[in-house]
Design a protein around this ligand. Sequence first.
Ligand code: HPA
Length: 260
Amino acid sequence: MTVLLIAAVFRGIVRLPSKGAALATPHISAEPGDFAEAILLPGDPLRAAYIAETFLENVRQVNDVRNMLGFTGSYKDMPVSVMGTGMGIPSASIYITELARDFGCTRLVRVGSCGGISQTLGLRDVVIATGACTDSATNRAKYGGWDFAATADFGLVSAFNDAASAAGIEARTGLVHSSDLFYNPATNALDLWDKMGVLAVEMEAAGLYAIASEFRARAVTVLTVSDHLRTAAETSAKERETTFDDMVRIALDGLVLDAA
Ligand code: HPA
């Protein structure tokens, strides 16, 4: 990834951090109109650079604050942005709120990895998260202490499911658990989530869905199973790269289908 970043800097895709520029929002240095209405949101900003370089045309960098790289370009003539969010709901919420509230992003797509919980899920499977349970306090804090129903946009789920089928990939749809804890000491957590029909664990979807609803945007999360928490199986670095590329293609083609 570091090599990719250095190559991208030399090819002018990634700008090195600028100093002293006025910020449009506290965490994003872009101008109004710099982001497309559709945006892919990987956790890792270097993944954002990779997606921009690999899949988009006419790419320009639109954010570098805290190295949370953001880019805008086009895919099959559709304007699309991509920006990192960091890990976990608190970090992702900052960026997603500013993107939806201040930069006109109305289709928000998390692309990432997840840990498999259900035995019906295999390594490298693609999961479209129709809803997200959570142990995070953020949605309750927003919603007066009550439980917010963190659900994906139905139209985006449907388009992404169709895009996966068209690519010959059978996507799984269902619940994920968005955890604040990557290292969870609760030994009963996996059994409980499994019993309640949760397919996989990740760290951002529940926050994304609440913010999208708050700002009347549409959101979906598409994930690949990078490791299985029941079997301790893990994908290799090479497998992760290939499955990541397949998932990004599903997300981009899903956005095109959704706009048609
Ligand atoms: N926990 C949370 N997020 C994840 C995991 C996990 O085990 N694997 C991949 N993303």
